[in-house]
Design a protein around this ligand. Structure first.
Ligand code: HEC
Length: 162
């Protein structure tokens, strides 16, 4: 009888340790989910996206920006916010988890914005996964200053031009 109780207590403790260590692994570095590598993988998961105005063939000139011709797509979370004729309504913001990807036609680079806790992460990741501009870099001068131009909606500027 005693050994039965001991075994029950022991397996209970073992189970709790297992639950704790699993939770701990996930909790160790939640920011890994927002690393350049993770966002690169997300960018390449094309079925998770919808193209701007639901038009996968559309290539935009990009004459107003630094990247040249591009395609534009949104993950499901971001796309659900585009309720004003395919655009984000003025004065609205994208929810956390929104991912906007600009597919640069000349070199296959992904320019991206990812919404985390109310702020955008900004990155440029090359087709081979090498990083041109990391999410860990300070984006104010490089990205945000230009994206703050008039006509922007939650710092997204394509809606003003296309
Ligand atoms: C000189 C101005 C300028 C700079 C600097 C700039 N962008 Fe943009 N960006 C634009 C414009 C304009 C567009 C709209 C599409 C176009 O015409 O290229 C755009 C579009 C985008 C989009 C599609 C969503 C949207 O806003 O329409 C992403 C993603 C993006 N840029 C990422 C970046 C990142 C990341 C950086 C910094 C590494 C950056 N941009 C720097 C001007 C700029």
């Amino acid at each position: 009888m005693k050994t039965g109780i001991a075994a029950a207590v022991f397996s209970g403790i073992a189970f709790l340790c297992l639950v704790y260590s699993c939770a701990k692994d996930q909790g160790l570095n939640p920011d890994l989910a927002f690393s350049d590598r993770a966002l690169y993988d997300s960018c390449r998961n094309i079925p998770a996206f919808s193209y701007y105005k639901n038009d996968p063939a559309a290539v935009y000139s990009g004459v107003h920006g630094p990247h040249g011709a591009f395609k534009l797509r949104f993950n499901k979370t971001a796309y659900a916010a585009l309720t004003d004729n395919g655009k984000l309504p003025a004065a609205k913001t994208f929810p956390d988890g929104s991912l906007i990807v600009k597919d640069i036609q000349s070199n296959g680079q992904y320019a991206l914005m990812y919404k985390k806790k109310g702020n955008w992460l900004w990155a440029e990741i090359n087709a081979d996964g090498s990083v041109a501009f990391s999410t860990t870099k300070e984006p104010t001068a490089t990205c945000i200053s230009c994206h703050s131009q008039s006509g922007q909606r939650d710092l997204a500027v394509s809606f003003a031009f296309y």
